[in-house]
Write a protein that binds this ligand. Sequence first.
Ligand SMILES: Cc1ncc(COP(=O)(O)O)c(C=O)c1O
Length: 353
Amino acid sequence: MPLHPEVLSSLSKPMISHRSNEFSKIFTETVELAKRIFRTPHDVLILPCSGTGGLEAVVSNLMSPRDKVVIALNGFFGDRFADIMCAYGIEPISVDINWGNPVIVEDVIETLMKHPDANAFVIVHNETSTGVISDIEEITRAVKRINSDILVVVDAVSSLGGTGIRTDDWNIDIIVSSSQKALMAPPGLCMLAISNTAWKKMESTSLPRYYFDFRRIKQEGGRGMTLVTPPVPIIFGLRKALQLILQEGMDNVFQRNMVMRDMVLKAIKPMGIKLVAKEKYASPTVSALRLPAGVSSQEFRDHIETHYSLLLAPGLGPLEHDCFRIGHMGYITPDDIIFTMSVLERALKDVTA
Ligand SMILES: Cc1ncc(COP(=O)(O)O)c(C=O)c1O
């Protein structure tokens, strides 16, 4: 993902010690900015890892081997979350949804009714593999209505900062995101917002943890410190990126993403490229696109990289061979989308000529 020039220059600030007062001030300010993006007054932790590290940390801090965890699966990243649970000896109960479809509240309710003693419910807000966004506000409300003790866990890696998430208003207990997508910072940091209910739950969970022990990390964070040596320049970059998002105005950012999403939807139709998602559930931050029959995704993307110096993301899992993805979040503008769409059009002509 491209970086804003101000983010880039923040990365080249002279190095400072992570035990200095200057770092403490910058780190504390970054956490406060992140709380505004999550729209929560509760604790936000910043971990030195990508989004997957955060998902794993949620499992090791908040789950125990015999827990009943219901997870909605509608794409690659839901499957990854389920795999992490399995690695820790937790057999999740899945709500299986065809790839390309959103998570629907009725399906979640049906499964939770069968498992009234479920400890946690996990959902990916924006399935980056299929470009599908689910209405988690409606879903989390229903989940808590059925089971007020259940922990609601949301993977918002490709939606936080790019769509209108309201952590507290939507009853989310743990929400995980990472620096490199809509938050338009370099890769390497994960952010989590944690509710009071989740902290309480942590008192009785039993999986081993150290590097990502939320309680230790919170304790250090309380005095502007990190538990371990952090990637200091990335924290500089994240702080600058969050400031830029808030300066632009979160609603303006969301609007810009939706305008770009709609530009993609309009442009692909005459090319014979199809959206994997149904339009109603098309993600504001990423589009997964299916090429016309007979065009290989690998060849198409290689051709574009070689001849137009543009990198397209591959399709994931079963979408690998005939799909590709375009991000319209972070430091991307409508001009970038116009350029990308014109490249797609020309490249399709090249490869089908
Ligand atoms: C929805 C979602 N969850 C999890 C991840 C994994 O995050 P990371 O690659 O930062 O480890 C991604 C990455 O693309 C994602 O899009």
